[in-house]
Design a protein around this ligand. Structure first.
Ligand SMILES: Cc1ncc(COP(=O)(O)O)c(C=O)c1O
Length: 418
C-alpha cells in the first residue's frame, strides 16, 4: 500500500524526551526557571514587548481582555473567518461580538469591512493573521487609530511571519500566540501574550500569577496525548490507522474528522483546564523550539514554493497570494479550485489527505446570535482546500503531494473541457 500523507505535521525538537526527563529529574516539571527564560527569549525574538505565558493561546487573549478592561457591552470586531473559541471568550468577558468580512484573496480581515462595522461603542479589533499570513496592518492600524480602538493581534497561526519587515505580534497594542501541538511552535499546549504597554502587561501578569499551578498528572497527560498525536500522523502509522477511515468516508463524502474538533459550545463557566498556569516542562520545550523556528519556517516556505510551481498555469486554480513586503508562515496552504469536494475525494483516494475549512465561518454560528449575518468573503474563503506543506515532510513527500494535487486539478480541467 502506498504511504498516505496526513494533512497535519507537528514540529518536534529532537530531544523532547530528554528535556522532559531532565525537568522531571530536577523536580521542575511544573514550576521552574524555564518559564521566565522562555518568556524573555520570546521577547528577544520579537525585539519588543513583554511576554507572559498562559495555559492556552485563548487564555492569553482572555487575560488581555481583562487587562484592557473595556466597559461592559463594548463592541469588539473579529474577522468572520476565525476559530470560534476566540470570539466566544470575548463574549465570556462581557463584550459584544461584531464580525467584519475577510478578503477571500488573502483570507484575512478586510479593512473596508472593518471600517463599516465600527460604531461609537467599538473599543477593539482582533486582526487574525489567518493561516500564517499577516492582515493588511497599515490600513487596519490607521482605521484603529482614527477610531481609538485597541488592536489585539491573533498570531496563533503566524509566529515568525512578517509584514513590511516587522514580525506579526509587534504591530498592534498586544498580541497572542498558541503553542498547541500543530502550531508553528509546539509545546503540547499553552500560549503567550505579548504586550507593549507596561501597565497592561502588569495586569496580565497579575491575572496569570493568581491562577493555580496544574498538577503533574494533567501536564503528563498533555505531553502523552501530544506524543500519541504526533505518532498517529507519521506516514508509516497514519497509512494504517486514521487514513483508511478517511479513505472509506471519502466515497460517501462523510467527514469523520469533524468529531476530532472541539465541540462548538458556550465557554461560560470557563472549563477547569483553562484556569491554570503554563508549566515549566512545556516552557523548556518551547525554548528549544524557538531556536529552531526560523529553520522550520524556511522549510515550510520551501515546500510552499514547490506547491506554487505545481499549480502554476492551471486555469480556475488559485494558490495562496502573498502581498508584497510580507512573508507567509504557511500554517495552512489554501487553494481555490473547481469543485472542492470532488478534489478532496480524489486526493484522498491517491493517499494525500487534504483538509477543508480549518477554522469556522463564525458569522454562521448560532453561538453568536445577533452577530450572525451574511459575510460573502468568509463564505467564499470556506471553499478553499488545504494542502499539506508542513516542515516535517521529506522532499519526496512534498513532490508526491504536489504531483497528486496537480494531476487531480489537471484531470478536472480536462473533464470540464469535454
Ligand atoms: C486562529 C486561532 N486563534 C487562536 C487559537 C487558540 O489557540 P489555543 O488552542 O492555544 O487556545 C487558535 C487555535 O487553534 C486559532 O486557530
Amino acid at each position: 500500500m502506498l504511504e498516505a500523507i496526513s494533512r497535519y505535521g507537528a514540529r518536534i525538537i529532537s530531544n523532547t524526551e530528554q528535556t522532559i526527563a531532565a525537568c522531571r529529574g530536577r523536580g521542575e516539571l511544573i514550576q521552574g526557571p524555564q518559564i521566565s527564560e522562555f518568556e524573555r527569549a520570546f521577547e528577544k525574538f520579537h525585539g519588543c514587548g513583554r511576554a507572559i505565558s498562559a495555559s492556552y493561546g485563548r487564555m492569553a487573549f482572555f487575560y488581555l481582555l481583562k487587562a484592557f478592561d473595556f466597559p461592559p457591552g463594548s463592541e469588539i470586531v473579529f474577522p468572520a473567518l476565525t476559530f470560534w473559541v476566540v470570539p466566544e471568550l470575548a463574549k465570556v468577558s462581557g463584550l459584544k461580538i461584531v464580525f467584519a468580512d475577510v478578503d477571500p484573496a488573502t483570507y484575512t480581515l478586510d479593512p473596508a469591512s472593518l471600517e463599516r462595522v465600527i460604531t461609537d461603542r467599538t473599543r477593539a479589533v482582533v486582526p487574525t493573521h489567518l493561516y500564517g499570513l499577516s492582515c493588511d496592518m497599515d490600513k487596519i492600524l490607521s482605521i484603529a487609530a482614527r477610531h481609538r480602538l485597541a488592536v489585539i493581534e491573533d498570531c496563533a497561526h503566524a509566529l515568525g511571519a512578517t509584514y513590511r519587515g516587522r514580525l506579526v505580534g509587534t504591530l498592534g497594542d498586544a498580541s497572542f500566540f498558541s503553542f498547541q501541538t500543530l502550531k508553528p511552535l509546539n509545546t503540547y499546549g499553552g500560549g503567550m501574550a505579548l504586550i507593549h504597554d507596561p501597565a497592561i502587561a502588569d495586569r496580565v501578569a497579575g491575572f496569570v500569577s493568581a491562577e493555580k499551578w496544574p498538577d503533574e498528572k494533567r501536564v503528563l497527560g498533555r505531553l502523552g496525548s501530544g506524543r500519541w498525536q504526533r505518532r498517529m500522523i507519521r506516514p508509516g502509522v497514519f497509512t494504517y490507522t486514521a487514513f483508511p477511515i478517511l479513505w472509506a468516508a471519502s466515497w460517501f463524502m462523510a467527514r469523520p474528522d469533524v468529531y476530532l474538533w472541539e465541540k462548538i459550545r458556550p465557554l461560560s463557566p470557563l472549563p477547569d483546564s483553562y484556569i491554570e498556569r503554563y508549566s515549566n516542562v512545556q516552557a523548556a520545550i518551547g525554548l528549544a523550539g524557538l531556536s529552531r523556528l526560523a529553520d522550520w519556517n524556511s522549510a515550510t516556505q520551501a515546500h510552499a514554493r514547490v506547491m506554487n510551481e505545481a499549480l502554476q498555469g492551471l486555469v480556475g486554480v488559485q494558490a495562496p497570494i502573498v502581498p508584497p513586503e510580507q512573508t507567509h508562515a504557511y500554517y495552512q496552504y489554501c487553494v481555490y479550485g473547481p469543485d472542492r469536494d470532488d478534489i478532496l475525494r480524489r486526493c484522498i483516494k491517491r493517499g494525500v489527505d487534504v483538509e477543508i475549512l480549518h477554522v469556522d465561518v463564525c458569522s454562521q454560528l448560532a453561538l453568536f446570535g445577533d452577530a450572525q449575518g451574511k459575510m460573502p468573503g468568509a463564505e467564499r474563503a470556506a471553499d478553499a482546500f488545504q494542502v499539506p506543506v508542513y516542515e516535517s515532510l521529506t522532499d519526496e513527500q512534498v513532490h508526491r503531494v504536489s504531483d497528486v494535487v496537480r494531476d487531480v486539478l489537471v484531470k478536472k480541467q480536462e473533464v470540464s473541457r469535454v
